[in-house]
Design a protein around this ligand. Structure first.
Ligand SMILES: NC(=O)c1ccc[n+]([C@@H]2O[C@H](COP(=O)([O-])OP(=O)(O)OC[C@H]3O[C@@H](n4cnc5c(N)ncnc54)[C@H](OP(=O)(O)O)[C@@H]3O)[C@@H](O)[C@H]2O)c1
Length: 329
């Protein structure tokens, strides 16, 4: 197999945004490895997804300890591909991992204790064969562990050189604000928050986005396509190779069928903007400059090629926004 040489035009194809008040720029689209990189997925396809993303200027790959299945296998596969194909590009990549969900049995394999987070990051680094991750996240809030302990552990990881920056994910505004204060006082400001956000799930408009904007913390939004529902793929039925038909515990055909009238109406608006529905769903998130990056998933390279075109039109007229809102309400 010929050695992978990244497209020399890659940085002309993507826009990069500053992450909050930090020095770090992230691509407007980032690629997540939650699905399609596990032990049972097609390894060559996983490799091609990473190459396609990087060739299009996507410099940020997002992982977590538990991505697979089985948990850990996405990091393992990513480590193999990194070693084989991206060795010369490590300094051009932003690689993140997380811990916060159940990973191994017993009292030390879940949530937000120092014991769990330190062990989990060490395991992630081993699986990916890395000396450090660029961003390490606490994956979900833990109300039973003192926030000082969890945030103190993130600060420790940076001081140990195992993570360059830290972030939090799935934290509600009040808990997030408290976390930002602790991290700032420790001298390791929170780089970024990773919440779910899409046309179908707008909870962050209720306080979190304002907090992030006012605190100088970046935002990277996951499931921007509502796991594929906000695309053209379900309009003419349920494709056999889609997430809703495969055995994903996170998306099923009933959910898709319930949303179909809205999907069809949004599809029409996207068409009037000369966009696919996926492109419009991503552009709609990027219209807000408090958002740093949109974190997509993909099972096929064609999906990445479709989605990256979203960056070409992130402007919405008042009429378009009104029409979108009336579909959603
Ligand atoms: N922090 C957290 O708690 C958390 C939680 C969830 C996810 N995440 C992160 O966010 C990333 C993205 O999440 P997600 O996979 O739910 O994102 P998503 O972008 O909403 O959904 C991705 C799925 O949509 C379909 N798709 C993507 N682009 C398409 C296109 N252009 N046309 C048609 N279909 C398209 C594919 O579905 P098919 O597979 O059906 O082809 C793909 O697997 C994850 O990989 C992970 O890194 C974080």
């Amino acid at each position: 197999m010929a050695k992978y040489q990244a497209d020399s035009e890659r940085y002309t194809k993507m826009n990069y945004r500053r992450t909050g008040n930090s020095g770090l720029l992230l691509p407007e689209l980032s690629l997540g490895l939650w699905h399609n990189f596990g032990k049972n997925d097609d390894f060559e396809n996983s490799r091609n997804l990473l190459k396609c993303a990087f060739d299009n200027g996507i410099t940020h790959f997002d992982l977590a300890n538990n991505y697979g299945p089985p948990p850990g296998s996405a990091e393992k596969n990513f480590g193999k591909i990194l070693k084989k194909n991206f060795k010369n590009y490590r300094d051009e990549l932003i690689i993140s991992s997380k811990a916060g969900y159940g990973m191994w049995p017993g009292p030390y394999g879940d949530w937000g204790s120092k014991k769990f987070l330190v062990s989990s990051l060490d395991q992630s680094l081993q699986r990916m064969k890395l000396d450090y991750v660029d961003i390490f996240y606490h994956h979900r809030p833990d109300y039973d562990t003192p926030l000082e302990e969890t945030m103190g552990t993130l600060d420790l990881m940076v001081r140990q050189g195992k993570a360059l920056y830290v972030g939090i994910s799935n934290y509600q505004p009040e808990r997030a604000a408290a976390a930002f204060k602790i991290l700032k006082d420790l001298g390791t400001p929170c780089l970024i928050h990773q919440p779910r956000y899409s046309l179908f799930d707008r909870w962050i408009e209720d306080g979190l986005l304002d907090l992030l904007g006012n605190s100088g913390v970046g935002a990277i939004c996951f499931s921007p396509l509502a796991q594929g529902m906000l695309t053209d793929k379900y309009i003419n039925g349920l494709p056999r190779d889609s997430r809703a038909i495969k055995d994903s515990p996170f998306l099923n055909s009933t959910q898709v069928l319930e949303m179909l009238p809205k999907i069809n109406a949004l599809h029409k608006i996207a068409k009037s903007r000369n966009q696919t529905l996926a492109q419009m769903a991503i552009s709609w998130i990027l219209k807000d400059d408090r958002i740093t990056s949109v974190l997509i998933g993909a099972s096929k390279t064609e999906q990445i090629l479709d989605s990256v075109k979203a960056i070409k039109n992130t402007h919405f007229s008042e009429e378009e926004l009104t029409n979108i809102n009336s579909v959603l309400n």
